[in-house]
Write a protein that binds this ligand. Structure first.
Ligand SMILES: Cc1cc2nc3c(=O)[nH]c(=O)nc-3n(C[C@H](O)[C@H](O)[C@H](O)COP(=O)(O)O)c2cc1C
Length: 376
């Protein structure tokens, strides 16, 4: 194997790109254009992204949906992220295929082997998003208590230390702590990627950001505010902490919801349809109640109202407009210091196709990306 990283998240493109959440429905809407997850759809979207040289294909790890006593609600339908990643790895040639692990309900010995297997299938393109969990209802299904917020990151730190050790240790090892008891632990094969699988983490809180600055290759952040002047300090503080406290450089990525129309009017009208005419208010109410309860955000606060509006559009930064205006916004995001961005669409197969045809060439013209040469 050459010394060149096999994982494209380390390529030289200034703005890395990817798809997000294609293993489920990330929108709370009944709009007829909504794409529910099928394996054929997942592969079709992944192949378009892969052929175009997008760096990342990232699923979401969710164990159950947002409404109790509604087993047929679409939010319950989520493909398992590890077996999904193994299948996507086999179906693609270039993009990094991510899995996502809820540390408290997945033992590091299991995750170490799953990731090494996906790395072997993909030829060294596996990455891992590690999450500590936030949705108590998911943990109830496993009979596990959701830890106190900051404690989740203490646990995650130890969990990740063990994972990395399993990926690199030449022999067997014992390990004992309050959380873990491993006897003669070993995981073979080690991943193809030397040093282990790259780590992503989507923390937003001070404790989480500190964990991520110390441990992750990619921090996935939610941009606060609407302007580069608001984003820059958030990005710079994060990178400075990694550099000064931990002597590390990390990439910062964010996520965005894309509605790309032939005209701005078309795009705005589509947003109106899925966020107003067809909005799933019952599901939105339930998500907002959970966020309000778990994060102590008052139900009638402007902050929660803002989050509701944003979430009804899809998670993350809204990118609504023509190929030209979306490309211009991505240039602004990149100039603020963001290194990568992963996208959701109401129909991801249609969406990633339009994006690749319309926006990607403009990003190449802007110097943010090199044209992709498809591997043979
Ligand atoms: C882009 C993005 C992707 C995320 N993916 C997942 C996921 O797949 N599963 C999950 O349980 N939580 C996911 N989260 C939630 C985070 O792990 C974390 O709980 C949340 O950002 C709150 O951060 P904090 O723990 O620092 O308060 C995601 C968050 C963001 C912003």
């Amino acid at each position: 194997m050459s010394d060149q990283p096999t994982n494209p998240i380390f390529n030289s493109n200034k703005l890395k790109l990817g798809t997000f959440c294609t293993n489920t429905v990330p929108y709370m809407t009944f709009i007829p254009e909504r794409r529910d997850p099928t394996w054929e759809g997942c592969v079709a979207g992944a192949r378009i992204a892969d052929d175009a040289g997008l760096e990342a294909i990232v699923p979401i790890a969710r164990w159950k949906g947002y409404l109790d006593e509604k087993p047929d609600h679409y939010s319950n339908v989520v493909f398992d992220v590890f077996t999904w990643a193994a299948g996507i790895a086999q179906a693609t040639k270039y993009s990094s295929v991510f899995a996502t692990s809820h540390a408290p309900n997945m033992h590091p010995v299991l995750v170490a082997k799953q990731c090494a297997t996906i790395d072997a299938i993909s030829g060294g393109r596996c990455s891992l998003n590690v999450v500590g969990g936030w949705n108590r209802r998911e943990f109830d299904m496993f009979g596990i208590d959701l830890m106190e917020h900051d404690q989740r990151y203490v646990y995650l730190d130890e969990w990740l230390h063990l994972l990395r050790r399993l990926w690199t240790d030449p022999g067997e090892f014992d390990y004992q702590s309050n959380y873990f008891r491993l006897k003669q632990a070993i995981s073979r094969p080690h991943p193809l990627q030397k040093g282990g699988i790259p780590i992503m983490n989507a923390a937003q809180s001070p404790a989480g950001i500190r964990f991520s600055a110390k441990n992750s290759d990619i921090g996935l952040i939610s941009l606060q505010g609407d302007t580069p002047e608001q984003w820059k300090p958030q990005i710079e503080d994060y990178k400075r902490m990694a550099r000064q406290e931990f002597g590390r450089e990390l990439q910062l990525w964010t996520n965005a919801s894309v509605v790309q129309g032939d005209t701005q009017k078309d795009a705005d009208e589509f947003v109106r349809r899925y966020t107003e005419e067809y909005v799933d208010n019952e599901c939105m109410d339930s998500i907002m109640a959970t966020i309000s309860r778990e994060n102590n955000v008052p139900a009638d606060s402007p902050q929660l109202a803002f989050m509701r509006r944003r979430m009804s559009m899809g998670a993350g930064h809204p990118l609504v407009g023509t190929a030209q205006s979306i490309a211009e916004e991505l240039v602004r995001v990149s100039k603020a210091g963001i290194d990568g961005i992963i996208f959701t669409w109401v129909d991801h197969v249609d969406g990633v196709g339009r994006f690749v045809r319309g926006v990607l060439p403009l990003l190449e013209q802007a110097g943010l990306r090199k044209p992709h040469k498809k591997p043979v």
